[in-house]
Design a protein around this ligand. Sequence first.
Ligand SMILES: [Fe+2]
Ligand SMILES: [Fe+2]
Length: 148
Amino acid sequence: MAKEDSILNLMLAHHAFIESLFLIFKDNLAGNPEAAPLALADFKNQLKKHFVSEEKAVFGFCKDKRDSELCRIVEILMKQHEMMMDMVNNIEIALSVKKETDSETLEKMLRIHRDIEEKELYPEIDERFGGPEKKIMIEEINKIVLEK
Ligand SMILES: [Fe+2]
Ligand SMILES: [Fe+2]
């Protein structure tokens, strides 16, 4: 299998990118609160695209296979997406009214989520799907991520 046809490799890169945006936000929250809302908006925008790309381009294979082990993981991951977006929205609201907020719970959940995807989900998807199927997934992921 060609390296470029690995969903895991693509998602490792996405996760690293999102983490760097999160760290920029965290740094600003701690030392430069004026810039925190903008950094948060940047992070939120990419996080949202990432979630949409996973849900639309990858998790779709679970539509009619709800009972398989892998799809049970997908279900948990989708719930976590929702929870993390709620956390981000709550931080955003707190910042807008200058209320004290922290990013620790979100950071923990991001890490747990990323671990499940990188250690369980994506290696299994790389195993299970063939090159042509993965090529379609990768094209779809790239399309969503590049959308404005
Ligand atoms: Fe995810
Ligand atoms: Fe992810």
